[in-house]
Design a protein. Structure first.
Length: 747
């Protein structure tokens, strides 16, 4: 090895112990990349640990100093043809007033007089206001002066984090092309260029040395961006990652282009200069306001603080988990290896008992998997090959020493206690900012502690802190716990309706529900020997309805008081962002009535009126539009789904410009059609072959004037099929509710 890597230095006097109890020696190299070559040649420990995380661990072995970053939310506009920057807006977290940098010349309709005597050097200053947002405009005579003013302001304010929507594939690459010296973006004078042959960065990359970047438009699979926080907060799936969509979903309003007739990003600078400057500013304030609502930056900073890793490691469980564990032990884990294991055995849960049930409680385990780790002392160093004194043997045949608390249980205990403390401090805090800080800390702790199982049971990697024996023991005990809820409730005289993940639905009188949860806690601790496990009463329903398949149910909570009136739904299209408004409306009507005890006749009469309106075409067109995201390039689909076909039709026959075409990542509104007016094309072209189309995409409902909506198809797909699942659960007949003709009765 030393012959192949001359820079490698072996420190025989610096020793460590691996989690497999092997004695280790430290190797140093000149470049971090050399470690990857060595890792591929032999078994190593922590050779793939992020370099910045290693440095932080050495500099701050106990914990990181508190980090309260100065945040710059910013947005750029540029000419799509000639690529010059036109407007730059900045919202500084430490300033009350945003600043907008802009320039204009004779090509624009800018209202400011360039020969005005109060023109400053180098810019004209104006105080402006839009939508109650006051800001300072700095107007320059050319792009280069504007860039210089922006860079000077950056150096003056020296923010820690730059936040922009699509900063990695749009804003930063543009600045790299247009700035005379892009390295000025870095306080250290160094900005990494995009990889050769690429014109953008990875969404989670940190190319500006000494200054962090956060791409709020990053996809949820990266673990970063607004979308990942949206999902972590239990909001489900976003229709798309567009800033306007997120803002409207949070009730924050919309972009200014929605209000200014005729203004687009293509003509705004020239033909709507005043409004275009406002537009850029409002995009930036929307970015700030979304972050305040979602607390995205707060969450990742909290994760950094808890795990002691670099900001760039907070989005990836394999990186922040290693920081979390590595700061709590001197032992070293193996470097990661690409190895695929067999799937862990999932819990076998009986199918639910279908129907509408009265008086139903949800009982669930508090932090099920973390408490299994804690109760059974599951850890790397507590694993044993066989039974013995002080060793607990589990039903899956694994053995775990109970004499000393293991590393993983110690981390779990610390995290659970820490979360409880943060929640207490949050409740007691009177200052909103202080309350928010504690809320994000407890949320980050919750995500971290729940990630423990996922990290130990990774399917495609080995090494690091992955341990399949721990993961298998957790899933085995999880199965036992769910079966315990169901069986013990039956034993107590109550009907078990369904069990799922960490909870069970039990038919029990409300005045007995709390005592049942207490009984289940005691028996879980005694019979299952899970001493830290607690069962809680999560919610209670007067009526709860479930389908004959797993995880498809609904009901209105009547307890706890703070959640009274909330509908709890799983498995139905009403929760899907891609469903049409009609589908959501008709399922909501049915569920509201059924969940409050309405009989079959009452429910059917209400739904029949809607079905007949659909049949007759008396429904607004916007209500029968589905919205589906194009997840890949059209050519990469093995079989084109309906929304992709609809989008291809639009691109071929309706879109007037390249920018109007749908593509990967777009959420496409579309609906069913069965008629084409005049010579309107009825096909899309795939691989040179014309394919008949039964659905079309649209951006404005006026674009549908050349088509006939297929109301029978709409009724079948958006109404009948969506009500069928509900009606089957109740063993009701659907024909009348779905608008079928009722035979005349003569008797």
């Amino acid at each position: 090895m030393f012959a192949r890597h001359p820079s490698a230095v072996l420190h025989q006097d610096i020793r460590a112990i691996g989690i497999d109890k092997k004695a280790l020696m430290k190797v140093e190299v000149d470049r971090p990349t050399d470690l990857w070559d060595i890792k591929d040649e032999m078994i190593t420990y922590e050779a793939d640990l992020n370099y910045l995380d290693q440095v932080l661990l050495q500099l701050y072995p106990k914990k990181l100093p508190e980090f309260k970053p100065r945040v710059w939310y910013f947005d750029l506009e540029w000419d799509t043809k000639d690529d010059f920057t036109s407007v730059m807006a900045v919202v500084d977290s430490d300033l009350d007033t945003p600043v907008v940098f802009a320039w204009a010349d004779e090509r624009t309709n800018c209202p400011h007089d360039f020969n005005n005597g109060d023109w400053g050097n180098p810019c004209l200053l104006r105080n402006r206001e839009v939508r109650d947002e006051k800001y300072q405009l700095r107007l320059y005579k050319n792009e280069a002066d504007m860039h210089e003013g922006f860079i000077d302001f950056l150096h003056e304010r020296d923010p820690d984090i730059l936040v922009a929507h699509a900063i990695m594939w749009a804003d930063l690459p543009h600045l790299m092309r247009r700035l005379n010296d892009p390295d000025q973006l870095s306080p250290l004078g160094q900005v990494i260029r995009p990889f050769k042959g690429k014109d953008s960065y990875k969404e989670t990359q940190q190319p500006i040395k000494g200054r962090l970047c956060f791409d709020s438009a990053a996809g949820w699979k990266t673990g970063s961006g607004f979308e990942s926080i949206w999902q972590k907060s239990g909001r489900g799936q976003l229709p798309n990652r567009k800033l306007n969509t997120i803002a409207e979903s949070l009730g924050l309003g919309s972009k200014l282009t929605e209000e200014i007739e005729g203004m687009t990003v293509h003509n705004g600078w020239r033909e709507h200069w005043d409004d275009f400057v406002d537009y850029c500013l409002l995009d930036t304030t929307l970015l700030r306001d979304i972050d305040k609502k979602l607390h995205a930056i707060d969450f990742f900073v909290a994760t950094q603080q808890l795990c002691g890793v670099s900001f760039g490691s907070t989005h990836k469980v394999t990186r922040y988990f290693r920081g979390l564990i590595g700061r709590r032990t001197d032992k070293k884990a193996k470097s990661a290896m690409n190895v695929q294991r067999e799937a862990l055995t999932a819990a076998h849960i009986p199918d639910p008992i279908p129907g509408r049930h009265e008086g139903v409680a949800i009982v669930d385990y508090a932090s099920l998997y973390p408490n299994i780790i804690l109760s059974d002392n599951l850890s790397y160093e507590t694993k044993r090959s066989g039974p013995g004194e002080g060793i607990k043997t589990l039903g899956d045949g694994s053995h775990w020493c109970q004499k000393e608390k293991g590393l993983l249980p110690s981390v779990v205990e610390e995290m659970l206690e820490l979360r409880a403390e943060y929640k207490r401090l949050m409740r007691e805090a009177t200052d909103p900012d202080e309350k928010l800080g504690y809320d994000m800390m407890q949320t980050a702790v919750k995500v971290l502690v729940n990630a423990l199982y996922g990290m130990t049971g990774m399917k495609f990697l080995q090494g690091m802190w992955i341990d399949n024996d721990i993961a298998a023991a957790i899933t085995h005990r999880g199965r036992e716990c769910i079966h315990h809820l169901l069986a013990e409730s039956e034993e107590a005289g109550y009907k078990s309706l369904y069990g799922h993940t960490d909870s069970a639905f039990i038919q029990v009188p409300f005045d007995k529900a709390t005592s049942l949860a207490e009984h289940l806690t005691k028996t879980a601790q005694d019979k299952l020997q899970l001493k830290t496990m607690e069962v809680e009463l999560e919610a209670y329903f007067d009526y709860w309805t479930t389908a004959p398949v797993k995880n498809r149910y609904f009901g209105i909570k009547v307890w706890p008081e703070k959640s009274k009136g909330e509908m709890k739904i799983a498995g139905y299209e009403i929760k899907s962002s891609s469903s049409s408004r009609l589908t959501k409306q008709i399922q909501d009507m049915a569920m509201q009535l059924i969940a409050t005890g309405a009989d079959e006749t009452t429910v059917t009469d209400v739904l029949r009126d809607v079905s007949l309106a659909v049949k007759n075409g008396d429904i607004p067109i916007e209500d029968v539009a589905c919205s589906s995201r194009i997840t890949m390039k059209f050519k990469d689909y093995k079989s084109l789904p309906a929304p992709a076909k609809a989008a291809m039709y639009y691109n071929e026959h309706v879109a007037k410009t390249k920018d109007e075409r749908w593509g990967q990542g777009d959420s496409v509104p579309w609906t069913y059609v069965n008629g084409f007016v005049g010579d309107t094309p009825d096909y899309y072209t795939l691989n040179g072959e014309r394919k008949k189309v039964d659905f079309v995409a649209f951006r404005d409902k006026a674009e549908l004037e050349n088509y006939s909506i297929d109301w029978e198809k709409v009724l079948s797909v958006m109404v009948k099929s969506k009500l069928l699942r509900i009606y089957e659960s109740l063993d009701w007949g659907l024909d009348v509710a779905a608008g079928d003709t009722i035979p005349k009765s003569y008797f």
